[in-house]
Design a binder for this molecule. Structure first.
Ligand code: SD4
Length: 329
């Protein structure tokens, strides 16, 4: 206890010393510039994996109204969870090979608080359940039946997550029961979202139904803090899409944030993240990964294994879908 107090006090002293020296270094003639004058202005922004215009527009609406980055990412990704035409997220997500639609999601805030649900069935908005796990329990991850039970206790409704289309596709798939993690870019449209609010705080969320026709019980990277998503409010955030097994092996999003902490730009960090994965998979071409990152200054970047991955960015200067460079051309 005493030691902690000492560290806290010495931290304060160091902070005091630093701001004094920053102030001193900002002295121009007889005028002292406030410390904030030397920092870039805060630029609220929302970015997400792939070209999800409606989701980023929703996140931007929250940010523009002065809402928190945490609310923005939750509200933003919920748009995709509710969109039944997106067959990789939320309601309308494709099932596992036994015909269960199972959802994975996580959320992380500026203070490093996080919540996650894995293998969640019958609930259309796993990201909101993940937020409840973060805010209402002392835990971080709830799985399967326990997560579902918790969701009902929190007032979420039971829903059939199949649609006519996904049921038909599943019946068709069963005729061959062939499972491959193909590089088809259409097979990957998990949404990972990062946002910076007017206070300059960063939050992120990630939600998916995972690989179509996966082995029952399989959980990917998307709900794993550090793999599919990571946020450090001092540095930035990162999120991933694609074959989750490969992202987990390198703890991809955490790696990218740490690379940014060491001085890399979001773009450089995403490139290095993909290169690390490719080093472990030399010569392998049969999978796709896309990384997206943002730093504290609001700079963004992305990189992927195969061409096709894009990310949508939304800020007061408008919105655009950015095509990113890839490891293979
Ligand atoms: C997973 N990363 O479960 C997810 C899949 C994905 O678009 O990104 N799909 O491995």
């Amino acid at each position: 206890m005493k030691r902690r107090k000492f560290l806290k006090n010495s931290g304060l002293t160091t902070a005091g010393f630093l701001s004094t020296s920053i102030l001193a270094s900002c002295k121009t003639e007889n005028k002292i510039e406030p410390e904030s004058a030397t920092l870039p202005p805060i630029r609220p922004v929302a970015v997400c994996t792939w070209n999800f215009l409606n989701a980023t527009a929703k996140a931007w609406e929250v940010l523009d109204a002065g809402g928190s980055a945490l609310d923005a990412v939750e509200q933003g990704v919920r748009v995709e969870e509710a969109d039944v035409t997106n067959e990789t997220v939320g309601k309308g997500g494709r099932p596992d090979r036994d015909g269960n639609v199972t959802l994975d999601a996580c959320i992380m805030d500026k203070d490093g608080n996080c919540g996650s649900v894995v293998y969640l069935q019958n609930i259309a908005h796993p990201v909101s359940v993940a937020r409840k796990v973060m805010e209402e329990t002392p835990h971080i991850i709830l799985a399967g039946k326990g997560a579902e039970q918790f969701a009902y206790e929190q007032g979420f409704k039971k829903e059939d997550l199949f649609t006519e289309s996904t049921r038909k596709q599943y019946e068709e798939w069963k005729k061959t029961s062939k499972y491959e993690t193909t590089i088809n870019i259409e097979n990957h449209d998990t949404i990972g979202m990062l946002a910076i609010d007017k206070n300059g705080d960063i939050a992120g969320a990630c939600t998916t139904s995972g690989m179509a026709y996966k082995v029952a019980g399989r959980v990917g990277d998307s709900p794993i803090i550090g793999a599919g998503l990571f946020v450090d409010n001092e540095v930035g955030g990162a999120t991933a899409t694609g074959v989750g097994e490969e992202v987990i092996r390198t703890v991809g999003s955490f790696l990218i944030v740490e690379l940014m902490r060491q001085g890399m730009s979001p773009q450089e960090a995403c490139e290095e993240g993909v290169k690390r994965i490719m080093k472990k998979n030399e010569g392998r071409e049969d999978f796709q990964i896309g990384f997206l990152a943002i730093n504290k200054q609001g700079e963004t970047g992305g990189y992927c294994v195969h061409p096709g991955f894009t990310y949508r960015e939304y800020s007061e200067s408008g919105h655009e879908n950015n095509t990113v460079k890839s490891f293979y051309s």
